[in-house]
Ligand binder design. Structure first.
Ligand code: HEC
Ligand code: HEC
Ligand code: HEC
Ligand code: HEC
Ligand code: HEC
Ligand code: HEC
Length: 226
């Protein structure tokens, strides 16, 4: 194997269909392979698998593609678990529950991007592309800055796909915001309304991709470029 090809088309769950892979030139370039996709050299391809696979064995600098463990599996987050399995569970791996909040968010941000990897001038409310990097947005929000314990797990279960979680409920917000309608003096919405539609809306990027704006803020603060 020499290079790896990133297919020009990706399968999207959102539409249950194929569409252009983000980053692929449109129309395709003049090269021999361009209608199929883009060729990546090994270092660049390895970089992709660092986030899209759990184990990426390489021999002599070449990815052993037949031995890849695709996807984000238990061991990618919990570490090497061979001793745990070999001991029939007696060797208990370190729990991820009591990590400091910085460490907890950093682990998710390894792949979802952390604020210090983002150019400072790009962190502004009218920069729509920022929605793609949930840890960057969340870190700007008053909720995160004023709640010392808030992590990604405040709203997410890392063990279930979003479709299997109660991920769009207002319970996420009511953990901290007073559920008593009368006490929400400034917010125009009642406690039974969907908080997300105004404060954490869905933002469409390149079709069919849609992301949730994790920069929780007042609705009149700009979300898209003027
Ligand atoms: C730093 C971690 C990271 C790296 C490196 C990375 N990805 Fe991703 N990729 C993600 C995450 C997280 C998602 C899901 C969220 C999103 O779409 O942004 C994703 C989504 C995708 C998707 C689905 C479409 C889309 O854009 O959402 C494709 C296709 C993809 N990546 C291909 C690649 C390829 C090819 C490379 C190497 C050039 C690569 N990725 C490198 C983290 C990464
Ligand atoms: C995306 C990262 C991620 C993946 C993948 C993942 N976990 Fe976890 N797991 C976590 C985090 C973070 C916690 C702590 C959750 C909390 O704070 O409540 C956790 C907690 C646990 C716990 C409770 C003990 C502890 O560490 O606190 C068990 C058991 C567990 N995971 C098993 C699994 C198994 C089995 C798989 C694979 C099927 C898996 N996990 C996949 C991130 C992950
Ligand atoms: C090794 C890289 C990696 C790590 C670490 C990681 N993620 Fe992800 N995550 C991804 C990729 C890649 C996707 C897109 C997968 C896809 O669309 O199939 C994703 C998807 C997601 C989704 C959307 C799932 C869905 O069903 O649409 C959520 C939510 C998420 N991650 C949260 C977390 C949280 C919380 C943590 C930390 C506990 C975490 N991730 C750690 C790479 C990672
Ligand atoms: C205040 C609650 C909250 C917190 C905290 C939170 N999220 Fe989310 N997240 C959501 C909601 C709501 C959705 C949309 C759920 C749906 O569409 O089913 C979402 C969706 C996502 C998705 C799917 C892609 C998207 O943007 O729609 C990813 C990936 C994700 N979150 C990652 C993270 C990571 C990483 C963290 C920690 C840095 C985090 N989230 C913290 C509420 C939260
Ligand atoms: C872990 C606790 C926590 C969670 C969960 C949480 N918030 Fe907050 N939020 C806060 C704190 C603390 C503030 C700072 C202001 C205050 O003290 O009331 C705040 C501020 C806000 C603000 C004012 C923002 C500004 O810039 O002035 C809005 C709007 C908001 N939250 C909405 C939400 C919504 C909607 C959700 C659910 C998606 C949510 N919050 C989840 C703790 C939280
Ligand atoms: C129909 C849109 C809408 C919905 C739905 C909505 N809000 Fe608001 N919210 C607003 C607006 C607009 C403001 C700013 C009000 C102002 O500045 O006068 C606001 C302000 C807030 C603030 C800041 C209040 C302050 O004192 O500064 C918080 C916290 C808040 N909302 C939480 C929530 C929660 C929690 C929910 C879900 C139960 C929710 N909102 C649902 C529109 C909405």
């Amino acid at each position: 194997m020499t290079d790896l090809l990133e297919f020009r088309w990706s399968w999207y769950r959102q539409t249950e269909g194929f569409d252009l892979t983000p980053g692929q030139p449109s129309p395709p370039g003049p090269g021999y392979f361009q209608h199929l996709g883009m060729l990546f050299d090994q270092p660049k391809a390895r970089h992709c698998f660092a986030c899209h696979a759990s184990v990426v064995p390489a021999t002599g600098g070449r990815i052993a593609s037949e031995a890849i463990h695709p996807g984000v599996t238990c061991q990618r987050c919990h570490g090497h678990l061979a001793d745990h399995v070999a001991s029939d569970g007696a060797d208990v791996p370190k729990s991820l529950k009591n990590l400091s909040r910085e460490e907890s968010v950093r682990r998710c941000a390894q792949c979802h991007r952390s604020a210090d990897e983002q150019k400072l001038e790009d962190i502004r409310p009218d920069h729509a592309e920022l929605v793609r990097f949930q840890p960057v947005g969340l870190a700007q929000s008053a909720c995160f800055q004023n709640s010392p314990d808030m992590t990604c797990m405040t709203c997410h279960n890392p063990h279930l796909p979003l479709s299997a979680q109660d991920s769009r409920g207002i319970w996420q917000c009511l953990q901290c915001h007073n559920p008593d309608e009368a006490a929400q003096t400034h917010c125009r919405a009642g406690r039974t309304e969907d908080c997300l539609s105004c404060h954490m809306p869905q933002v469409p990027l390149k079709a069919p991709l849609t992301f949730t704006d994790h920069w929780i803020r007042l609705p009149d603060q700009k979300r898209t470029a003027p």
